[in-house]
Each structure stands twice: as structure tokens, then as C-alpha cells.
Design a protein around this ligand. Structure first.
Ligand code: NAD
Length: 506
């Protein structure tokens, strides 16, 4: 007798147009973090299958690069329509497979819709510069050309949006995409691929087969993509460990990589902070998605004068958090992804205690109702210092609290971790907030004032420095990573003057 959850998952996948053969009978079992039950058995791609997918994508690229960019935008517009129509179903599938609460599952699909809209506009704005030439009768300009096959490797915690950030831009830029999703969330990937194929069918023959390829599997499938010289750009989202392996492998073959890796994000709460805002901003960023966002707040650096009251208010807010089934109407904290994640959280809490931390929360709940799933109370840990454990990204809801006296010390603490993704300050002191955003302030790719560290909009470039990998995705001019730049010099005179005044008369 099939589990009711797996029945509804099958129904959702059917509504999204996924053939049942794609998620039944395969060697890779997919489990829902909601209750640990099996919801699919997908077919991992062998290295040969990955190579074939790259081959199809390469052929597609050769045709697609000649389709005018605004036409390419039309395909993404149609894809955005499919996403709008199926937002509810796809959002729920994300909840079932990744454990996100309903509004966050839907929010992820909204993010896909938003990047599609952005990419449609972008398809008419792939501008190059015109540059003043030092030679008379000459003109210089830059042209942006499609790059090639883009390999996308994604993490479990954003099972659909990260691919869309990459794919929507890559497709309008004239590239083909091969996606290797997380082995923990392949069903959401099958659904996205199906919706993209629907849009491509509506678009017509101009969209070549192979424009978007999906290869399911674990690390070995990712490695096959990483090592394939036909993959011009590898955009990889995941842990710093993964990035440390992928980055050098891609560089060895002179490929391009875009790395979006772990974060260890801090909020500074200054003496002039609006504490009501701070409590809400910190609570959402620290416990949202059960602390499983790359931008989750993991460190709170609070001015001594506020420490006692802020910690007390946060504990009160934490005590009332509804933890449970992510699709239940009032739930704010869903499950951790799996047992391994729970173990990592417990081990970090033990280490923090050994390093002098005082732990509030962090224990497992709902174990009787869901013996095969891992729901936890988010933890607050008051630390005597920024110890080794605090400097490490534990992908779970742990908020380490440290205090400071001088603003410079707060910024130094914030920057003294290996990662550099997101950061925030709650302050109403203009000198402080501007200093935080200046060259000598936060060293992160994202620096916010009076909002938390998570929940970025697609309009800005997204990514971080240091161990976060340095890549930028999504808005602003992140599209340039998906194209190649040619510098053109045109001589419209009857002379041949050389640059730098060089004479070479033959
Ligand atoms: P992970 O590193 O375990 O896996 C990420 C992806 O990389 C998966 O698809 C996996 O199969 C693949 N992979 C792993 N090793 C590989 C290798 N050697 N070669 C090729 N592919 C390989 O990460 P996860 O547990 O799925 O996700 C959580 C991590 O992702 C956290 O560290 C989080 O901060 C990070 N993350 C970062 C961002 C960002 O934008 N910076 C966004 C989401 C998640």
C-alpha cells in the first residue's frame, strides 16, 4: 500500500507533466524530510550519460546562439508563464522534498518567476561598450557573445530557484544548460525540466532539443560535468568543501567557474538599533528554512548594552515558534533535511558547550510522531568568544551570540571568519552604518542595514567572498559570466596607424 505522501507526490509530479518512469524503479531513493518516507526512486546518470547530455547541449548551443537574443527572451517569457500557472504545485513539491514551509516553497517558485521576468528584459539589454580609440579613423567596441554549455550543480536547500537563476540568464545569453541537481532533491528538478520542455514546445522548432538537459546523480555525476571540456562554465552551488574540489578541477582545464558556497553570516546590533526590528529580522534569518539557507544568520554580535534584553527577547520569540509539518498552515520551522544534518547540529552544540557556550534549545522534537524525520528547536548559544566552532558553517538553526564594546571590534569579529556571504547591521547611527558599508566595513558580498542577512531580491548580484567562492549570480551585471566578451577594433580610414605610436613601414 503506497504511503499517502508518496501518492500526493506522484499526483503533483503528474500535474507538472513528469512521466512516472522518471521517478519510479530507479536506484536512487528520494526521501521526504517531513517523515523520512520514500517518495521516489530516480535513475542516476552514468558518466557516459552525462557526456551524452553535454553532447546534446553542445549541439543545441550551436543552433541557439544564432537565434536573436530578444527571441531567446520569448522562450523564457513562456517558461515564466508555465511557472505562474504551476506555482502552487511546484511550491508544494519543494516543501515535500526539501522540507520548506509552504510560504517558502511558494517563495522559491516566485523567485524563479522574478528571474524569468528579469531575463526577458535583459534579452534586449545585452549591451557592450563603445570605446574611444587612440587612432584616427578607428572605432573600438565590445561585443558579448553566447559562451557555450553551462553546467549547473545545485544544493538541496534551494532545489529550484538556484537553477532558474542560472538557466534563465544562460538561455537568454544564448547558452545551453546541463543541470546536476542535489541527489536529495531530484524530483523538483524533474518538474522544472518538464515545465521548461513545455515552454520549449510552445516556443516551437527554433528551440533546439538539448537546450536544457538534466542529469541526476550524486557527486560522480557532478564530477563528470566538471571535467568535461565542452562545459564552458560550471556554476556550482553548495558547501565550501565541494567548491574546493570543483574550482581547481575546472581551472585545470581552463574552464570558467562560478562558485556559490557556504556562509557564516552575522548581524551586528548597535547601541542605536531599533530592537523591535532587530528581533524580527534576526528571528526570521536565523530560524527560517530551519537555518538551512546559505544566508541564514549564524552569528549575533550585539553591543553589551543590549545583550541581556535582546537575548531574552529572542528566547521568548524562539519559545513560541510553531515547529512541525511544513505544509501545515501555521508552521514556521520545518524539518532538517536528514539524520546527518541533525548529527552535525548536535555535534556543533556539544563542541560549543565545551568551548564555554551556554546553549538554549537545540533539542529534537516530534520524534514520536516522526521517528524517521528530524525536527529541532532552534538553538541560541551565548559564547564567551568567537571560537573554532563558531567560525564553521553548521547547516542548522544555531545562533551564536557574542557581545562587543567598540564598533571597530564588532566589524573585526564579523570579518574574522573564513566565509564572506551575507552581513547586516541594525543601527540608526549614520556614521556607523556608512562605515559598515564602506571599504573598511563588512567584507561580505551582501551587506545590509536594518534588515536581516537572508531573503535577497533577484535584482541584485548575489554571492560572496573568501570561502563563499567569489561568484555572482542573478541580477545586476551577473549575466556577463554567461557570455564571452570580444573587443573589436574597426578601421574605417585609408591609413594603418599602429597603437602606441609604433612604426613598422613595409
Ligand atoms: P553539497 O556541497 O553537499 O552539495 C552541493 C552539490 O554539489 C550537490 O549537487 C552535490 O551532488 C554536488 N557535489 C558534491 N561534491 C561534488 C564534487 N566533488 N564535484 C561535483 N559535484 C559535487 O551541499 P548541500 O548540502 O547540498 O547544500 C548546503 C551547502 O550549500 C551549504 O554549505 C550552503 O551554504 C551552500 N549553499 C550556498 C548557496 C550560495 O548561493 N552561496 C546557496 C545554497 C546553498
Amino acid at each position: 500500500m503506497p504511503h499517502p505522501l508518496s501518492q500526493t507526490t506522484s499526483q503533483r509530479l503528474a500535474r507538472l507533466g513528469v512521466d512516472p518512469s522518471a521517478f519510479t524503479g530507479g536506484a536512487l531513493t528520494v526521501c521526504s524530510p517531513i517523515d523520512g518516507s520514500a517518495i521516489g526512486a530516480v535513475h542516476p546518470a552514468s558518466a557516459e550519460a552525462v557526456a551524452e547530455a553535454v553532447g546534446r547541449a553542445e549541439s543545441a548551443f550551436k543552433a541557439w546562439r544564432s537565434v536573436p537574443a530578444p527571441r531567446r527572451g520569448e522562450l523564457i517569457r513562456l517558461f515564466g508563464e508555465e511557472l505562474r500557472e504551476h506555482k502552487q504545485t511546484l511550491g508544494e513539491l519543494v516543501s515535500v522534498e526539501a522540507g520548506k514551509i509552504r510560504s517558502e516553497g511558494l517563495g522559491e517558485v516566485q523567485e524563479m518567476i522574478d528571474i524569468c521576468d528579469f531575463a526577458v528584459g535583459l534579452s534586449r539589454q545585452l549591451y557592450g561598450l563603445t570605446i574611444a580609440s587612440e587612432r584616427p579613423g578607428h572605432r573600438m567596441m565590445e561585443t558579448w557573445h553566447p559562451l557555450g554549455v553551462v553546467g549547473v550543480i545545485s544544493a538541496f536547500n534551494f532545489p529550484v530557484a538556484v537553477w532558474a537563476w542560472n538557466a534563465a540568464l544562460a538561455v537568454v545569453c544564448g547558452d545551453a544548460v546541463v543541470w546536476k541537481p542535489s541527489e536529495k532533491t531530484p524530483l523538483s528538478a524533474l518538474a522544472c525540466q518538464s515545465l521548461f520542455e513545455r515552454a520549449a514546445r510552445r516556443f516551437g522548432d527554433e528551440a533546439p532539443a538539448g537546450l536544457s538537459e538534466l542529469v541526476i546523480g550524486a557527486r560522480d555525476a557532478g564530477e563528470a560535468l566538471v571535467d568535461d571540456v565542452r562545459v564552458a562554465l560550471v556554476s556550482a552551488t553548495g558547501s565550501t568543501r565541494m567548491g574546493r574540489e570543483v574550482g581547481p578541477r575546472v581551472a585545470r582545464r581552463f574552464g570558467r567557474s562560478l562558485l556559490e558556497l557556504g556562509g557564516n553570516n552575522a548581524v551586528i546590533v548597535a547601541p542605536t538599533a531599533d530592537l523591535d526590528l532587530a528581533v524580527r529580522g534576526i528571528a526570521f534569518a536565523a530560524v527560517g528554512t530551519a537555518g538551512q539557507r546559505c544566508t541564514s544568520t549564524r552569528r549575533l554580535i550585539v553591543h553589551q548594552s543590549h545583550q541581556a534584553v535582546l537575548v531574552q527577547r529572542l528566547k521568548k520569540a524562539y519559545a513560541g515558534l510553531p515547529i512541525g509539518h511544513p505544509l501545515a498552515a501555521d508552521t514556521l520551522v520545518g524539518p532538517l533535511i536528514d539524520a546527518q544534518s541533525f548529527e552535525a547540529m548536535q555535534s556543533a552544540l556539544r563542541a560549543a558547550t565545551e568551548q564555554g557556550g551556554r546553549v538554549f534549545g537545540g533539542e529534537r522534537v516530534l520524534a514520536a510522531q516522526y521517528p524517521e524525520a528530524y525536527y529541532v528547536k532552534p538553538a541560541i548559544v551565548e559564547m564567551p568568544a568567537q571560537t573554532e566552532t563558531v567560525c564553521h558553517e553548521t547547516f542548522a538553526p544555531i545562533l551564536y551570540v557574542m557581545s562587543y564594546e567598540r564598533f571597530e571590534d564588532a566589524v573585526a569579529l564579523q570579518n574574522a571568519v573564513p566565509q564572506g556571504l551575507s552581513s547586516a547591521i541594525f543601527s540608526n547611527d549614520l556614521r556607523e552604518t556608512e562605515a559598515f558599508l564602506s571599504a573598511t566595513g563588512s567584507d561580505c558580498g551582501i551587506a545590509n542595514v536594518n534588515i536581516g542577512t537572508s531573503g535577497a531580491e533577484i535584482g541584485g548580484a548575489f554571492g560572496g567572498e573568501k570561502d563563499t567562492g567569489g561568484g555572482r549570480e542573478s541580477g545586476s551585471d551577473a549575466w556577463k559570466a554567461y557570455m564571452r566578451r570580444a573587443t573589436n577594433t574597426i578601421n574605417y580610414s585609408r591609413e594603418l596607424p599602429l597603437a602606441q605610436g609604433v612604426r613598422f613601414d613595409v
